[in-house]
Ligand binder design. Structure first.
Ligand code: ADP
Length: 986
């Protein structure tokens, strides 16, 4: 029998079983489970759990609801009832059809508020043990008042009810309160665990030693190396952290504690959290900040020991080690009682945290081939690391790993507890960073002003490393007037000039000769960088420096810094300020040197063909072990990581060979050689683009020709942009013939938008540009304006766009004839943007589709839209799913849409629309000759409202369906009305 039938047939028995004890506990536990599974939404829960109403009525309401929701919900419901009821009470009920596993709450929770729902059942249990403390924490943090506490602690409530009331209150207070309570529960859990044991004197000593070493390593920011010593506290600026899952609610920004916390967990069994982000997005810095806060006892209080590793430095470990040796030799050596301390670590894995920075820089790509489970067994460090990440070694120890996204393949992904994306600075982050960087407020204000005037540069500053360079070079920036930097290459040339001239200010010539003056330094460092890239080498020994003729004076220029190392190696080692700086110097070498192989440029632009070959034939082996294993590693997943550096280098090569910079090279190298390199690059770019275009499938008849960007497409576009030559962009685009260009989930931020618009503006025919699920933001929107005239549809779902971005977008869109559709689902729009859409609707009589779902538009916004709709005679699709327009908003829209001859599809799902709204919409049904679908699911329409709709439908044959699921209707009403009108869908 189907579960739905089981619920219906056994209604009386289930009712009795849940109510006979007189306590609401069983019902509440069932509700907890259904909420956790997402089978009930919050509003439904509230409708059932009405305080003061008879228990029987509440249970009946639930039975009605699960029945209406269908087979799946009934299955979950029965499974929940089975789990909750004592065996005797459930004895008379048949559960045979239900096989739901209620424990599989594996789905990601993107915000703390969602975690409160999805883990409700277990949180209720946990909170009972610490309700007073949790309330105290909420009061202290300003989230709860004393009357909130009184409400929770009412003596009539049982402890579990108190826990539920607390969670309900927290939910109504918003995300920050949710975060606070989850944090408290997590901390109190680990302190409960901590109380169970006493720490030996030697252990405490070791803990102190480790934390002071971690603190010393993390209190200064290394990029300030030679130029100044910048304490992390003074410069650290919050970067944007997001969860990497489809449900990511952008309003719920994460903070540092959330990296290790519960929010967003997709696999409870796994220990490894991945923080991924592009080069320069601030991964190492975020980790460094976490280390520092842990060492000070401010954050991660549940962890007694934190062992930080850098994959870059692990590369130079050639010995086979055991986990014990890895921890003690690479992080901190216990002066006494090593065995006892290690045993403690083994016995209490949940109190230990490991961090691994820069997995992408590990020479060997991730592999799960060699299994090591024993912590005393020796193995090469990469094998140890892979086993740690998979949880075969040190299960239960939490591990945080940072990496560029490309370097993490599906093999590792399946072992992740969760993934956090680091998206660089937000606009306010840029503001904050610049102000921290420049104590003098007038300087800061000038820098910020010049960024506002150059939005391409502002876009670049979302990347922290570029924001740092721009701030560092403020004098150059403010002095360059019109010629202010546009491209990434411009910015790196600026820091090159800055450092070179900083070291020899007296001699400095402000003209173009500055490069010629320092050509030797540039070539030495360039060769070092180039050779290093070819062998995935990022740390250099004295011998490596000598091989490339790098002198002490070259080091003094500031591009190389001393490598920090937790282990006690005696010899000095160096690394570039940042990996992107190494790529830049490698690019300079490729452009300026006559000694690179002729095929270098070709190899650089086709890294996928590079397997087994090396960028440089003349690689020095000093910095890498020359074992077979090593060779194998380079052939594996690490080729992907390496590709990312080669792509950055290729972008710089394109920029350096741009016509705009050729005068710089004029005195440094023969122009014939230079011209040849330019031709080579242009050819590679054109070939690369052609390959992408060739991969576009022919459309099925009647469908649009669509291109889904393959990896590497955006990179090629960026290279073309760096060249800043419209002819190259024109040539590339003249061959692209598509109707729809899909770039969803392509990591597109403002920088990529600048490049895309620069290139796409030369498309010959209008396209639909689909940029859903990226990080376009308002700055990115502004960057897209130059290509708006060629976009007939623009899809920007889930992109962090606010009203300000819309203002600019629409101002331009109104002037573009081709522009006909826009989708902005899940952004940060409020009523303040609706006046712009209203103007768009009034002005553009060929506009077809406006989708604004899941934003924050209320009745006021709907009224504004209605103003525009009154004058519009073209709109076919209007989507407002998941806003808050209520009856008043629905009435305003309906009155504007009465008699519409174009509107085909209207969605007001989940908008708090009641019967008054339905009454008004009935008039649209009655009068419209074009409407086919009306979506009113998840509203609060009652029988009276639906009756109006039925009457209207009687006079309309065009409408195909009216969706009414989850409104305020009883089961009987639904059945009756379905009989009346088959186009109503419940
Ligand atoms: P990644 O590890 O992603 O390549 P880094 O953490 O090395 O990036 O950041 C590069 C540079 O950008 C840092 O050296 C620092 O100057 C700057 N930076 C990055 N993140 C921040 C931050 N949160 N606050 C201040 N500066 C930052």
């Amino acid at each position: 029998m189907f579960n739905r039938d089981l619920v219906l047939k056994q209604r009386a028995e289930i009712l009795h079983a849940l109510c006979s004890s007189g306590s609401t506990e069983h019902l509440e536990r069932v509700l907890d489970k259904l909420l956790s599974q997402g089978e009930l939404i919050w509003e439904e829960y509230q409708n059932i759990q009405v305080q003061g109403r008879a228990l029987y009525t509440n249970v009946r309401q639930l039975l009605d609801l699960v029945y209406t929701k269908g087979e799946d919900t009934c299955e979950f419901f029965l499974a929940a009832v089975k789990q909750v009821l004592p065996e005797a009470q459930g004895a008379g009920i048949t559960f045979s059809g239900c096989c739901s596993n209620l424990e599989k709450t594996g789905e990601s929770q993107s915000t703390s508020s969602q975690t409160l729902l999805t883990q409700r059942a277990s949180l209720v249990t946990k909170l009972q043990a610490c309700i007073d403390g949790a309330l105290e924490a909420l009061v202290e943090s300003g989230h709860f008042t004393s009357s909130d506490c009184d409400d929770v602690l009412l003596p009539i409530h049982t402890p579990s009810q108190q826990a539920r009331r607390l969670l309900d209150h927290v939910r109504s207070k918003g995300e920050s309160a949710a975060k606070c309570v989850l944090h408290y529960i997590q901390e109190s859990e680990s302190s409960l665990n901590q109380e169970k044991w006493t720490l030996s004197k030697e252990f405490s000593k070791y803990q102190k030693k480790l934390s002071s070493s971690v603190s010393a390593q993390s209190c200064f920011l290394s990029s300030y190396g030679r130029t100044s010593h910048m304490p992390l506290d003074e410069i650290y600026t919050e970067a944007q952290l997001e969860l990497a899952n489809d449900f990511a609610d952008l309003s719920g920004a994460l903070d540092l504690d959330d990296i290790v916390g519960a929010a967003g967990t997709v696999n409870d069994e796994a220990d490894t959290v991945l923080v991924s982000g592009e080069a320069g997005s601030g991964k190492s810095t975020v980790l460094q900040r976490l280390h520092l806060l842990w060492a000070r006892g401010v954050s991660l209080k549940g962890f007694l020991l934190l062992f930080p590793f850098s994959c870059r430095r692990l590369n130079s470990e050639q010995r086979e080690l055991s986990v014990q040796e890895l921890l003690f030799q690479h992080c901190c050596w216990p002066d006494k009682e090593q065995e006892e301390i290690f045993q403690f670590i083994l016995d209490h894995p949940h109190l230990i945290l490991f961090s691994f920075d820069g997995l992408d820089e590990l020479k060997q790509g991730f592999s799960d081939e060699h299994m090591v489970c024993c912590p005393t067994q020796r193995a090469p460090v990469n094998i140890l690391l892979f086993n740690l990440l998979q949880g075969f070694l040190m299960k239960g120890v939490r591990k945080v790993v940072t990496s560029r996204p490309e370097a993490v393949g599906p093999m590792l992904k399946k072992h992740l507890r969760k993934e956090v994306l680091l998206k660089g600075f937000s606009p306010s982050g840029i503001d904050c960073f610049v102000k921290k960087h420049h104590r003098d407020p007038t300087v800061a204000a000038k820098v910020l002003e010049s960024l506002q005037m150059n939005t391409a540069l502002l876009g670049l500053c979302h990347s922290p490393v570029l924001c740092w360079i721009v701030s560092q070079c403020h004098k150059e920036l403010l002095g360059c007037g019109e010629g202010s930097p546009q491209t990434i290459t411009d910015v790196y040339l600026m820091i090159l000039q800055h450092f070179l001239q900083h070291q020899s200010p007296l001699k400095s010539t402000m003209g173009l000769g500055w490069l010629q003056e320092h050509i030797k330094v540039v070539l030495h460092l360039g060769q070092l960088a180039f050779e290093g890239l070819g062998t995935s080498c990022y740390i250099f020994t004295d011998t490596d420096l000598e091989t490339c003729y790098v002198t002490e004076k070259d080091i003094c220029m500031g591009f190389l810094i001393l490598s920090k190392d937790m282990s006690s190696t005696h010899s000095k080692r160096y690394e570039f300020l940042h990996v992107t700086m190494q790529c830049f110097f490698a690019a300079l070498f490729i452009v300026l040197s006559n000694n690179t192989d002729r095929s270098t440029i070709h190899k650089l632009f086709e890294p996928q063909n590079m397997k087994g070959t090396r960028l440089s034939s003349n690689c020095f082996m000093g910095c890498i072990p020359s074992s077979d294993q090593q060779e194998q590693g380079l052939e594996g997943e690490s080729v992907i990581a390496e590709t990312s550096n080669l792509q950055i280098t290729a972008t710089f090569v394109s920029g350096l060979l741009s016509q705009r910079h050729r005068s710089l090279w004029f005195h440094c190298c023969p122009s014939a050689g230079m011209e040849k390199k330019v031709r080579q690059v242009v050819k590679c770019l054109s070939k690369g683009m052609h390959k992408h275009f060739k991969s576009i499938p022919q459309p099925v008849q009647g469908e649009k020709k669509s291109m889904h960007a393959m990896p590497g497409f955006v990179w090629l576009i960026k290279c073309i942009y760096e060249m800043q030559e419209c002819k190259i962009a024109k040539d590339a685009m003249s061959k692209l013939e598509v109707d729809h260009l899909k770039l969803t989930y392509c990591n597109i931020g403002p920088v990529e938008c600048t490049a895309l618009a620069y290139v796409l503006q030369y498309l010959r025919n209008p396209v639909g540009l689909q940029l859903d699920y990226n990080s376009v933001g308002d700055v990115g929107v502004e960057q897209l304006l130059p290509c708006m005239h060629i976009c007939n549809s623009l899809y920007l779902r889930n992109n962090n766009i606010t009203d300000e971005g819309i203002r600019k977008l629409i101002a331009k869109g109104i002037q573009c004839d081709n522009f006909q559709k826009i989708a902005l689902f899940n952004n940060k729009l409020t009523d303040a943007c609706t006046q712009h859409f209203s103007l768009l609707l009034k002005t553009k009589q060929n506009f077809l589709s406006l989708r604004l779902g899941n934003n924050n538009i209320t009745a006021e916004g709907a009224k504004q839209l209605a103003e525009g709709l009154k004058f519009n005679h073209s709109l076919q699709y209007l989507g407002l799913w998941g806003n808050k327009i209520s009856d008043t908003g629905a009435e305003a829209l309906a009155s504007a849409l009465e008699g519409s001859k174009t509107l085909v599809w209207l969605s007001l799902v989940g908008n708090g629309v009641g019967s008054a709204g339905a009454y008004a919409l009935a008039k649209v049904i009655e009068s419209s000759a074009s409407l086919e679908e009306l979506w009113l699911t998840e509203n609060c329409i009652t029988k009276a409202g639906v009756e109006c709709l039925i009457q209207a439908l009687e006079r309309n044959t065009h409408v195909k369906s009216v969706w009414l699921r989850n409104n305020d209707l009883s089961l009987e009403e639904v059945e009756e009305m379905t009989r009346c009108e088959s186009r109503l869908i419940f």
